[in-house]
Design a protein around this ligand. Structure first.
Ligand SMILES: C[S@@+](CC[C@H](N)C(=O)[O-])C[C@H]1O[C@@H](n2cnc3c(N)ncnc32)[C@H](O)[C@@H]1O
Length: 211
């Protein structure tokens, strides 16, 4: 694990990055909070899944998870998002913290992505606007990665569904951790300044194929 950057410092750097310039509710463009992003990346680093690894961030938005991985020593990071406008912000964010040499941002729908990763990090659309919008993300993550760290909206039905879905794709859940995540008001229909939602953080390992 990177000895260079303490978790607190990681959280501070992530909190200073810019967010979505023009967030679309249809694409569920909600940004992971700096606290939760730091937890995801730090946990992955503790498992040995970041340093010197090739890391993909699917649906990277402004890049908090991707940039966090680069800050903790990933050898190569690729952030993928369908929205090229937000990737311009992600690129500026990477420059701001000096990790642009090890990060590439690709404007592409994840469904058409062909890649090989050690680790996949993602905070995909939860499927609030389009039911099961997270499914193609899980599918692609397990196709390209050996281990996946993924954030989902907490619900008992959702956990059962994800457990079955992941198992059918040849994955095994090593843990699920429930967390609170603060969301600032970013959409024009938001009435409060801040919302807190419950999220489930999963670590999923791809099972070795047996012959
Ligand atoms: C909930 S946001 C999360 C953004 C970022 N990962 C974060 O946590 O701050 C989901 C992201 O997925 C992107 N997205 C939605 N559908 C996509 C698709 N089919 N392929 C690639 N990106 C997609 C959206 O543009 C958005 O940036």
């Amino acid at each position: 694990m990177s000895a260079l950057l303490p978790r607190k410092q990681l959280g501070i750097l992530l909190s200073q990055l810019k967010g979505f310039p023009d967030p679309s509710p249809n694409m569920e463009q909600y940004e992971v909070s700096d606290e939760v992003a730091a937890t995801i990346v730090f946990t992955a680093a503790t498992y040995g899944d970041i340093e010197d690894r090739t890391v993909y961030d699917l649906g990277c938005g402004p890049g908090r998870l991707a940039i966090g991985a680069a800050l903790l020593g990933a050898s190569k990071v690729v952030g993928v998002d369908i929205d090229s406008k937000v990737l311009n912000v992600a690129k500026q964010n990477a420059v701001q913290v000096g990790v642009q040499e090890r990060i590439e941002f690709v404007a592409q729908a994840i469904e058409t992505l062909s890649a090989k990763a050690d680790t996949v990090l993602m905070n995909a659309p939860f499927g609030v606007q389009r039911v099961h919008a997270d499914q193609p993300f899980l599918q692609k993550a397990l196709e390209i990665g050996k281990v996946v760290y993924s954030l989902h909206k907490t619900s008992e039905g959702g956990r059962k569904f994800i457990t079955r879905f992941v198992s059918n794709l040849g994955g095994r859940i090593s843990f699920v951790q429930e967390m609170s995540m603060a969301l600032p008001a970013t959409m024009n229909f938001h009435e409060k300044k801040r919302y807190t939602i419950q999220v489930d953080f999963y670590r999923i390992e791809k099972q070795e194929e047996t012959v």
